[in-house]
Design a protein. Sequence first.
Length: 136
Amino acid sequence: MAISYKCDWYITLHAIVPIAKELAMEETDIEQYIIIYYHNLLTMEEKLAYKHHITTEKVENSSEEFGKILMKRWGTTNKEALKLLEGGYGEFKKKVARRILSETPDKVFINNCPKCGKLARTPEAKQCRFCGHDWH
């Protein structure tokens, strides 16, 4: 049974975002914060590139057979999406974050701790993971 692209992304998003949230986010990794919590602002090619990157990471830790299945299911052959990843994932994150912040700054809330100024774990967080300050 074929799954529509929209549904395919929805399933992928809910499978990938929890994994991506568990990845170690450095205190200043605002680019990853934007990609994870404001994924709705990514273009279709950026979504494909992000999904392809996460799939590639998973494939590296999988058997060859399972890796082929993952790449067939979640990888992409979209040239524009693959081109976005040419400079590596770090460059991709920077470009996406810059674009989102320049095009839609009113839709992104950078949640910094009011006490120490470091980036909170989520846009809704009310307690700092670094200094423990609580602003409920």
